[in-house]
Write a protein that binds this ligand. Structure first.
Ligand code: HEM
Ligand SMILES: *[C@@H]1O[C@H](CO)[C@@H](O)[C@H](O)[C@H]1NC(C)=O
Ligand SMILES: *[C@@H]1O[C@H](CO)[C@@H](O)[C@H](O)[C@H]1NC(C)=O
Ligand SMILES: *[C@@H]1O[C@H](CO)[C@@H](O)[C@H](O)[C@H]1NC(C)=O
Length: 458
């Protein structure tokens, strides 16, 4: 029974965790805009969209921007004329936001529209001096003068913020002044299509606006390199090296080989985690949008450390911890085996922590891709992981079967067979009189079921 445990449990848990993680988050596309770079802290802007596939007119979105500006707005369209815009300013009591849908008519104030219905959802408000909007919008995919292309992977979007100041009103047609800054960006509506819900900002979605006056920002390359390196290390460890270490152990039965390969994989995870922490800590797009996620997810506004609290990061730390544990138990158990010549009981712990590390790590790679806003990466990785699991399980299965076959060949019956004692005189010597023959209640053929190879507890 025990000898069955690791490969079966490993395969099952890998499948289960893969299923769970591929549908954890509402599909979304998001942009984090910092048109003024680090210098202009009042012009930053986060917008995320979700396109529910269950109906043909709704959209969900999240957006946030500093409340120091009298209003903040985003729109669907490539220019003001014909764009559907959403203008956020303070509500009458100054605590919540009023979100007003308006249609652009050129380079003048856009016109409020009654056709489009907004429902503010929980988490909205003026939170820590930031307009935070979580909303569902009905009749939102086409409007008089334009429409959103939900099949587009680069729908043109607009953003704008008003002058410093305050507009406190519940009216959906409050007067607004011309924006002080504005620009365009793109969202991937196609990738944002699926289950309905308020989208979560993808922490890495940096975007550069293209027409804001004096606007340059989104120093995307720095963090991107770090993220890619982090992803590469983790992907290599969990998709290739850890599985290889398992297969090598089973196929060649060499503990030192297993030790070397798994140690190397764990080292990559260790370095990868360091890189992950570094990119999370960097005072840039990543940490700002993590902070936004915090506000949205928890409703907490007094969060001190905006870093390291996303599920991806927490699972990551757990994976590293369990991985170290697996390494420690494996090492100790093997040393005990070498000393006593008997399998150490604690190796059972290794057979649990090892597969847990591998399956959690693999799942967390997918969570990481989604965290990074890389949906395509998540899908490609999930497919690769599935192929890897099928490959590993197949190899383990045939290795087991080969060992069982060997076991069968070592029974007395098989030995007699090989030595030619088939029940009659042979050219090599006299027949053994005590030799029973098959099918007559003689030595039973060893069946695969009760001829397991001994558990490998080294
Ligand atoms: C050990 C388990 C971990 C695995 C398997 C893992 C895997 C990944 C993967 C595959 C990505 C996507 C990379 C890309 O899109 O190119 C990613 C992104 C990321 N991971 Fe991890 N990771 C782990 C642990 C951690 C930890 C402990 C942290 C930090 C505390 C962390 C922080 C991040 C960050 C910040 C990103 C980028 C998100 C963004 O784009 O803003 N990861 N991870
Ligand atoms: C973005 O806005 C927030 C909220 O006002 C502010 O705390 C933060 O410093 C800004 N970040 C950047 C990079 O400008
Ligand atoms: C703002 O209004 C929405 C919708 O009524 C509500 O869910 C949210 O809690 C309000 N926010 C604050 C800060 O009062
Ligand atoms: C706003 O956020 C800061 C940390 O970024 C925190 O120290 C402060 O308490 C928050 N303010 C409110 C009103 O929650």
């Amino acid at each position: 029974m025990l000898s069955l445990f690791p490969s079966k449990a490993l395969c099952l848990s890998l499948f289960a965790s893969l299923l769970l993680t591929t549908q954890a988050v509402v599909p979304s596309s998001s942009a984090v805009l910092r048109p003024g770079g680090n210098s202009d802290s009042n012009a930053n802007f986060t917008v995320a969209i979700n396109v529910p596939s269950g109906n043909s007119n709704e959209l969900y979105f999240h957006f946030s921007s500093p409340a120091g500006n009298s209003y903040a707005a985003f729109g669907i369209g490539s220019q003001m004329r014909g764009a559907l815009m959403f203008i956020a300013h303070a509500s009458e009591d100054g605590k919540n936001v009023t979100l007003s849908p308006r249609i652009g008519s050129g380079h003048s104030a856009p016109t409020p529209t009654d056709d489009v219905k907004i429902t503010l959802l929980s988490g909205s408000g003026i939170i820590n001096d930031t307009y935070v909007v979580n909303a569902k919008c009905s009749n939102c995919r086409s409007w008089s003068g334009g429409s959103a292309d939900v099949l587009s992977d680069s729908q043109s979007m607009l953003w704008a913020v008003g002058e410093a100041g305050e507009i406190k009103s519940n009216a959906l047609d409050a007067r607004i002044q011309e924006h002080s800054r504005r620009g365009v960006f793109n969202l991937d509506f196609k990738a944002a299509t699926g289950d309905a819900g308020v989208p979560v900002v993808d922490a890495s979605s940096d975007n550069v606006d293209t027409i804001g006056p004096g606007s340059r920002g989104g120093d995307g390359s720095g963090p991107r390199h770090g993220i890619a390196f982090h992803g590469f290390l983790m992907g290599a460890a969990f998709l290739v090296i850890f599985p290889a270490g398992l297969v090598l152990l089973r196929v060649f039965e060499k503990v030192w080989l297993h030790w070397a390969v798994q140690s190397f994989a764990l080292l990559l995870v260790f370095i990868g985690t360091g890189v992950g922490v570094a990119i999370s800590k960097r005072d840039d797009i990543v940490s700002y949008s993590l902070y936004t996620i915090m506000i949205m997810n928890t409703g907490l506004t007094n969060v001190k450390e905006p870093n390291l609290t996303h599920p991806h990061q927490i699972i990551g730390f757990i994976v590293l911890g369990v991985g170290l544990l697996a390494w420690g138990i494996g090492m100790t158990g093997h040393v005990m085996f070498r000393r006593t010549g008997k399998p150490a009981a604690i190796m059972l712990g290794h057979r649990i922590t090892g597969p847990v590390t591998m399956s959690m790590g693999l799942s967390n790679c997918i969570v990481g891709f989604r965290f990074a806003g890389n949906n395509r990466g998540a899908i490609i990785f999930a497919v690769a992981a599935l192929l890897m699991i099928i490959f590993v399980c197949t190899v383990l299965f045939f290795t087991r079967r080969r060992k069982m076959r060997k076991g069968t060949m070592n029974t007395p019956a098989a030995q007699n067979f090989r030595e030619g004692n088939m029940g009659g005189p042979t050219p090599y010597g006299p027949q053994s009189p005590s030799m029973p023959s098959y099918g007559q209640g003689g030595i039973p053929l060893a069946s695969y079921q009760n001829n397991q190879p001994p558990p490998v507890y080294r």
